[in-house]
Design a protein around this ligand. Structure first.
Ligand code: ADP
Length: 401
């Protein structure tokens, strides 16, 4: 059975790939190629026989994908034997145009190219990954899976910014939301853990990784999310500020003579936990905080306060909440963040079980008390599996099987 999908996530100087069995989520092989175009690139391939690492010059994304194909040949599994049913590409910005996984053709490539101004760092790299895969795997269907697609169900009051009509109508200024594959995956997992159909539950999802976003998922559909036109809005992140007064950039531009690009750079790359504590990696931040570092203590408090504020807001948006779900690096691994973010919400029916919260596990699990009205779950996200399922699902529906 050709249940396998090669999932590709192409960045500006990197290419991640994963061979995923769409029916089980198992990944018999995966790899990461970094520093494409630099003098010395790095390629790590993990297959059935273990892990192999190489350093070599990898000038282009095409060279990177060829190196991945070679690694499958050398270290397995053989791509010819596993019978790939589709290639699934992560694409960051699908604008208002793409609300579902989409079979790639020239017209889709042109439409994703038109969206480059909305995601100037990501979409060009994603497109390069698609072009290269089409050249090297011309016989396979290529499917684009968009980070924004799951949030295309947001109703107008949630996605509309109160800004001039021409900004909205001519320039696409609105909330799009990101991390959609992760929000889709973990909200479905939450329904599964509740033993109910996804169309029958309301979930607040907290995706806390390097980038962080929250969403309100009503009956399986995203109805509110914290990231906006770009991934800068919302929660405090590793290096991104999240919400600030929109007047701050103009104020700094007048005061310091900074350009729009300089301010945008600092809000994306020098803010968040890094701006507050000089450290964007959460593990390191936790260590600094444990040693009494004041900046790290403040960063932790600001981070968790912002999460709690969004939980309250999304509770009001949904009216009834069945589950709150933590996912991604920090959400899956930091009991301190989970406890601090939900502290004092017992009156909302959210009651954590301390032992369950601190117990270590890599499984999806409940961390609320048995009689907590709202279940709280930790669910390891699996964006590759979600991309594989969506890609193969689309290809199969096209073939009518
Ligand atoms: P990405 O958004 O790049 O996919 P991840 O979901 O891998 O990111 O999350 C990365 C973040 O998770 C980093 O800040 C990292 O420090 C944090 N993290 C990973 N493991 C742990 C852990 N055991 N405890 C606390 N934080 C962790």
């Amino acid at each position: 059975m050709n249940d396998h999908v090669l999932v590709i996530n192409a960045g500006s100087s990197s290419l991640k790939y994963s061979l995923v069995d769409a029916s089980t989520g198992k990944a018999p092989a995966a790899g990461l190629i970094e520093r494409i175009g630099e003098s010395q690139g790095r390629h790590i391939h993990r297959g059935p026989g273990g892990e192999a690492e190489h350093t070599a010059s990898i000038p282009t994304h095409e060279d990177a994908l060829r190196a991945a194909i070679d690694a499958f040949g050398t270290y397995g599994p053989s791509l010819a034997e596993v019978e790939i049913g589709a290639i699934g590409h992560r694409v960051v910005h699908g604008g208002s145009r793409f609300a579902a996984p989409t079979l790639v053709d020239d017209e889709v490539i042109a439409a994703v190219t038109d969206l480059v101004p909305l995601a100037p760092l990501h979409n060009p790299a994603n497109l390069e990954g698609i072009r290269v895969a089409r050249r090297l795997f011309p016989q396979l269907p290529q499917v684009a899976v968009f980070d924004t697609a799951f949030h295309q169900t947001l109703p107008p009051p949630a996605y509309t910014y109160a800004v001039p009509l021409s900004w909205r109508e001519e320039h696409g200024v609105r909330r799009y939301g990101f991390h959609g594959t992760s929000h889709a995956f973990v909200s479905q997992e939450a329904a599964r853990l509740l033993g109910r159909d996804a169309t029958n539950v309301n979930v607040i999802v907290l995706h806390l990784g390097n980038g962080c976003s929250a969403s309100a998922v009503e009956a399986g559909r995203s109805v509110e999310t914290s990231m906006g036109l770009t991934p800068l809005e919302g929660l405090v992140m590793g290096t991104r500020s999240g919400d600030i007064d929109p007047a701050v950039p103009a104020y700094l531009s007048r005061k310091l003579g900074l350009t729009a690009e300089e301010i945008e750079h600092d809000l994306n790359s020098a803010s968040g936990l890094k701006g507050l504590a000089g450290e964007n990696d959460f593990r390191e931040l936790a260590r600094l905080r444990a040693n009494g570092d004041e900046g790290a203590g403040l960063a932790f408090d600001v981070y968790c306060h912002r999460i709690r504020k969004y939980v309250g807001a999304y509770y009001a948006v949904l009216g009834t909440v069945d589950a709150v779900v933590f996912t991604a690096g920090v959400g899956e691994h930091s009991p301190e963040v989970r406890a601090a973010s939900l502290r004092g919400l017992e009156r909302l029916g959210i009651v954590l079980d301390n032992d369950r919260n601190v117990a270590r596990s890599t499984e999806a699990r409940r961390i609320s008390t048995d009689d907590s009205e709202v279940s709280v779950f930790v669910v390891p996200t699996n964006e590759e599996w979600q991309i594989a399922r969506e890609a193969l699902g689309l290809v199969r529906s096209r073939h009518g099987d």
